[in-house]
Design a protein around this ligand. Structure first.
Ligand code: MF3
Ligand code: CO
Ligand code: CO
Length: 256
């Protein structure tokens, strides 16, 4: 499949799917507290998507993924599987990644939550990772190249003595969950595909406290840091407009 440019009608559908995904992250926030299991969070999100939004949780059954959301705690980089055995405790951080399908189109977004009270070092990792995402988003406009965006994210992460995960990246999105292009969170300026109006893709940097190296657990999904240090991730779905960007999964709490 090639890169698909969305028509204004398709973009309107992407806006609706994006808003729904964002709304799930807003809804779940008050439930992310010590003592809750990641399975509890999955059930709340699943029921909200299916019963309230009348939408489809895109992760459920995707390439065999068994749950409706990804819940990635502490040293889990991404694709953590919700489980009744994983009980959150004060001091944990968790990424909740939600993708919904509505009217044939996907909205994909994730954010970090602090469980109870976390340390300043943990808050710094989470905040700098969010700023990495925003730096990338703010560069988006026609003519800018994907390598420019990756480079900006990598520079900021490494300047802050963190590392960028390379095995997983952002992606084009629309009727298809993961389509072209791949959006790397590292790279060289003036390289890669040039952005065009109507493109829609995610920016979702995964930033590690230690080295960038990853390990896939035997469950075939859970990706952890090789050194077991912490990792953080934030994600938005973006559209390229005539003169810049539109964040299709923006929450009210965000200014951007
Ligand atoms: N939402 C993830 C992403 O940002 C993909 C999760 S795929 C799953 O691309 F199968 F693990 F759910
Ligand atoms: Co994504
Ligand atoms: Co996602």
């Amino acid at each position: 499949m090639k890169v698909t440019l969305k028509t204004p009608e398709e973009l309107e559908k992407m806006r609706i799917a994006g808003r729904m995904a964002a709304e799930v992250l807003d809804m779940i926030g008050e439930h992310v507290v010590p003592g809750v299991s990641t399975e509890d969070l999955d059930k709340l999100c699943h029921d909200h998507i299916v019963k309230v939004q009348k939408a489809i949780p895109a992760c459920l059954g995707y390439k065999g993924f068994p749950k409706s959301i990804c819940t990635s705690v502490n040293h889990v980089i991404c694709h953590g599987i919700p489980s009744p055995k994983k009980i959150l405790k004060s001091g944990d951080i968790i990424n909740i990644d939600v993708t919904v399908i509505h009217d044939g189109f996907h909205g994909d977004t994730s954010k970090m939550y602090h469980v109870g009270k976390t340390s300043p070092a943990v808050r710094r990792l989470v905040d700098i990772t969010q700023e990495c995402m925003y730096l990338g988003i703010r560069m988006v406009k026609p003519g800018v190249r994907l390598g420019d965006i990756g480079h900006a994210i990598q520079q900021y992460a490494e300047k802050n003595h963190y590392s960028v995960v390379r095995e997983y990246c952002g992606h084009g999105i629309g009727r298809v969950f993961h389509e072209e292009p791949q959006v790397m969170h590292y790279g060289r300026p003036d390289t890669g595909m040039a952005l065009k109006e109507g493109m829609t893709f995610t920016i979702e940097p995964m930033i590690n406290q230690g080295t960038r190296f990853t390990k896939l657990l035997p469950d075939g999904w859970t990706v952890v840091t090789k050194d077991r240090k912490l990792s953080a991730q934030w994600e938005h779905t973006i559209a390229v407009t005539a003169d810049g960007f539109e964040v299709l999964t923006k929450r009210d709490e965000e200014t951007i």
